[in-house]
Ligand binder design. Structure first.
Ligand code: ATP
Ligand code: MG
Length: 203
């Protein structure tokens, strides 16, 4: 199988994440997309600084429930801190015989060299990188070519609609009492409302 991995904090999951998954699924003929929420770092000073892990996971579940090819992976959620290369190695061990595609946005592609053990990621998967913010096709192609050459990485440009949406914007809107409808699936907007999430956001 060809499996796409969409890692993130998902605080909350939004249509940017979902469309990336959908376009990766279509363009690269993947069989499944696994949404992989990261855990809460163990050393947070105040517990309520971050939305609890349970909320983040419930929102992912609500967002993907209508798509049979979208799955939730709890692999990183169980741990405080995870390194992507370790997760990918675990996946190869746990689910042998599959090809993995790691999906990310431009901000991640441009900061990947600052990730711990980032070089170890490249042999484990093909990276599918989508445009985001002010990075255009040329910037992306340049960065992809640079990383490919320097690290023998496999990276492809993922063409998807450019959406100026982030979880940060959504948290800020919710904190101000503005609607988050249409930024997130209805079920997620309902969940945020019902659980009074992001009422106070550190900005
Ligand atoms: P935050 O504002 O809290 O950082 P976020 O919207 O960036 O949230 P993350 O959970 O940090 O969401 O992102 C997970 C992955 O999804 C990252 O690789 C990020 O680049 C990508 N991503 C998120 N939103 C978009 C978007 N609108 N367009 C392209 N990529 C995106
Ligand atoms: Mg982010």
């Amino acid at each position: 199988m060809k499996i796409g991995i969409m890692g993130g904090t998902f605080d909350p999951i939004h249509i940017g994440h979902l469309l990336l998954g959908e376009f990766a699924f279509e363009e690269f003929k993947l069989d499944e997309i696994w949404f992989l929420p990261n855990g809460n770092p163990p050393h947070k000073d105040t517990e309520d600084m971050d939305t609890s892990l349970t909320h983040r996971i419930e929102m992912v579940k609500a967002a993907i429930s209508g798509s049979p090819h979208f799955k939730l992976s709890m692999h990183e959620a169980k741990k405080g801190i995870s390194y992507t290369y370790r997760t990918m190695r675990d996946f190869h061990e746990l689910y042998p015989g599959n090809e993995f595609y790691f999906i990310l946005g431009a901000d991640s592609l441009f900061s990947i060299e600052q990730w711990k053990y980032f070089k170890e990621i490249f042999p484990t998967c093909t990276i599918l990188a989508a445009m985001r913010d002010d990075k255009d096709v040329r910037d992306m192609q340049k960065q992809i070519a640079y990383l490919k050459k320097k690290y023998e990485a496999e990276i492809e440009l993922l063409r998807a609609p450019l959406l100026e949406i982030s979880s940060t914007t959504i948290r800020e809107r919710a904190a101000k009492g503005l609607t988050v409808h249409y930024f997130v699936p209805d079920a997620v907007a309902d969940y945020i409302k019902e659980h009074h999430l992001y009422k106070e956001v550190e900005q």
